[in-house]
Design a protein around this ligand. Structure first.
Ligand SMILES: Cc1ncc(COP(=O)(O)O)c(C=O)c1O
Length: 383
């Protein structure tokens, strides 16, 4: 294993991709925003997709247990997390899974808690079902970011129906510790709050951190919790549309059982095929990706220290996203606007992750070390 095995296409090739990352900005912009990776597909995934295309096999997803079995086996192999029979439901993507579950547990005007800075669509999903967003921001201490359990208790005790947990937490790649997850589950149980745990980045937890599935921490977590998992971030399959909703107790499972029967047919057939190949057969590829991401998160640290020492950065514990504090540079609430304009590098605007993100930006380092170096060099030249 090692980076030499992951040969990343040059920019001229990548620019031929038709996905959002490559179609949103003009040619002279280096795109490091939307959460797609620049790596080549895992060969087992590419193979099942090629074979399906060769068979003109592009109809509906079949009602088979394949995806559930792949998820169950992967969760056991990776985290010793045992998921029960019949406890995995297929949906088109994590966003749809969360919205469909929320529809069944919240009424109009109910309050749903999130912890900014967090993945922007969390607040969209809450509003989509007619509920109100309540913020219990993460706390940043000398040791890093954490759930603020006091803020969560205040929000829960004031009357909340659900909490959207992001584990690992996008945008800073925070992997929540077992004690915090247990304490969260206790609070949720005490105040009758449902916890929807978005675990989409879990396959990308990097060396030094341990992923703890929310439903594995306690009976309280299982009583209150739903988990959402897919291969779309780990294996870059977001366009193919397949994800899983997981429960571990009859009470939350009853809500999932009420999802529309059509949710299976709304799931992408190619997505199911690719997800099964990813979870079952693409471990060596993922290990190479992790080597590259581990290298890139350190390279980013070195580049910032050397070229942009005023930018504050904590190395993420998971994923390919870095949360950067540009406030010392005086580029205003949205440094990404200045960076796009002056450096021709696209990042995500931090203020979109909640007001605590003013002055910050999110950078996607799921790219080659050369692209990352070029991006930071360009931003430094614009400072
Ligand atoms: C935390 C988190 N949840 C969900 C998604 C989107 O997942 P999906 O396309 O399956 O809705 C992303 C994408 O970046 C994400 O970072």
């Amino acid at each position: 294993m090692g980076m030499e095995h992951l040969s990343i296409d040059p920019l001229t090739e990548l620019r031929r991709r038709r996905s959002a990352k490559w179609r949103t900005f003009p040619e002279d912009v280096l795109p490091l925003p939307v959460a797609e990776m620049d790596f080549p597909l895992a060969e087992p995934v590419a193979k099942v997709l090629r074979e399906a295309i060769d068979r003109s096999d592009t109809g509906y997803a079949a009602p088979t247990p394949d995806l559930a079995e792949a998820v169950r086996n992967y969760a056991w192999r990776s985290w010793r997390w045992g998921i029960g029979d019949g406890c995995i439901r297929t949906v088109a993507d994590v966003g749809i899974g969360i919205v469909e579950v929320l529809r069944r547990i919240v009424g109009a005007g109910d309050r749903v808690v999130i912890s900014p800075p967090v993945y922007e669509p969390f607040s969209w999903w809450v509003r989509e079902v007619g509920a109100h967003v309540v913020e219990a921001p993460l706390a940043e201490g000398p040791g890093g970011w954490r759930l603020d359990l006091d803020a969560l208790e205040r929000a829960f005790s004031a009357g909340a129906t659900a909490y959207l947990l992001c584990n690992p937490h996008n945008p800073m790649g925070l992997v929540h510790g077992r004690d915090d997850l247990k304490a969260l589950a206790d609070l949720a149980d005490k105040y009758g709050v449902h916890v929807l745990s978005d675990e989409i980045h879990a396959p990308l937890v990097l060396p030094g951190a341990e992923f703890v599935p929310f439903l594995s921490v306690s009976d309280e977590a299982r009583r209150r919790g739903f988990a959402f998992l897919s291969a779309s971030k780990g294996w870059n399959l977001a366009g193919l549309k397949a994800a899983a909703v997981i429960t571990a107790d009859p009470a939350p499972k009853r809500y999932v059982d009420r999802l529309p029967p059509h949710s299976l047919y709304r799931t992408g057939h190619l997505g199911v095929l690719a997800t099964v190949a990813a979870f079952n057969d693409s471990g060596p590829w993922l290990a190479d990706v992790m080597d590259t991401l581990d290298h890139n998160r350190r390279l980013l640290d070195d580049l910032l220290t050397e070229l942009l020492p005023a930018v504050r950065y904590r190395m993420p514990q998971a994923g390919f996203l870095a949360w950067l504090d540009f406030r010392a540079l005086g580029w205003g609430d949205d440094p990404s606007a200045h960076i796009l304009d002056a450096a021709r590098v696209a990042l995500n605007a931090g203020h979109r992750y909640g007001t605590s993100g003013n002055g910050w930006a999110r950078l996607n380092f799921g790219c080659s070390p050369q692209t990352l170096t070029e991006a930071i060099t360009r931003i430094a030249a614009a400072s």
